[in-house]
Design a binder for this molecule. Structure first.
Ligand code: ZN
Length: 238
């Protein structure tokens, strides 16, 4: 398997298009999407359409779940909830229906894909520290688990018993070790680096590469403001 792993696209079309173009340049034809393709950004229909058309694997994020079940919106902070209500208002009805068929967890080859934690995927728990990963490692039947949700590119190796933030570059996975790998966020990075983040995974070479790329974040932020969404969501991209 040689694939791109995207998470938390968050309706940011400029970031998605830049990530796709870059991955295609690297020869990628297989796309894995870890959820939260919508919410916060101004292009939920375009982003969701791309994902539904191209993703070989995709899972439900909390933002997709909240589109289908308004009760979940109550967990959201005010800016996220405002953006979700706006998204719900503009989302194409046929696209919304297709969200119902998307699982919380899916597996392919030696890897499993989830938005938050694997043990209770519909609870969307965050994996920030190694202590947070016990349930996910216990539930894993594969050597690798891809998870997003924190918007922070990172790696948890079961042997090392520590969580590490990942800078751009290639991580070679140890033979026999199990990993939880986070590609960061395509559409809303939260680590102080405004460049989009995604990952390339090669199951034969056992490599996980974090890619960071500049994209037209000024345009993406401008669209958020013009849509009347909370200003904070635009400023966060810059
Ligand atoms: Zn997210």
């Amino acid at each position: 398997m040689f694939c791109a792993v995207f998470s938390d696209i968050h309706a940011n079309l400029e970031a998605l298009e830049a990530a796709v173009a870059h991955a295609e340049g690297r020869g990628i034809r297989q796309w894995m999407v870890l959820g939260d393709s919508v919410g916060y950004g101004a292009n939920p229909n375009e982003c969701l359409e791309w994902v539904l058309r191209h993703a070989d694997c995709m899972v439900t994020g909390n933002h997709e779940a909240a589109l289908l079940d308004p009760r979940i919106r109550e967990w959201f902070n005010p800016a996220a909830r405002t953006a979700l209500e706006w998204t719900s208002g503009v989302l194409d009805a046929a696209l919304r229906e297709r969200l119902r068929g998307i699982p919380y967890v899916t597996a392919a080859g030696d890897a499993v894909f989830v938005h938050g934690s694997l043990d209770e995927p519909e609870a969307f728990r965050y994996l920030f520290s190694f202590e947070d990963t016990a349930g996910t490692f216990a539930a894993m039947k594969t050597t690798v688990c891809f998870a997003g949700h924190t918007h922070l590119p990172g790696c948890f190796c079961e042997n090392e018993r520590v969580g590490r933030r990942l800078l751009p570059g290639v991580l070679t996975l140890q033979a026999g070790a199990r990993y939880i790998l986070n590609p960061g966020s395509v559409g809303q990075p939260r680590d102080g680096d405004p460049r989009l983040s995604y990952a390339l995974y090669d199951s034969v070479q056992r490599t996980f590469e974090i890619v960071r790329l500049p994209y037209d974040n000024v345009k993406a932020a401008d669209k958020i403001r013009r849509a009347g969404l909370p200003r904070f969501l635009a400023d966060r991209l810059l």
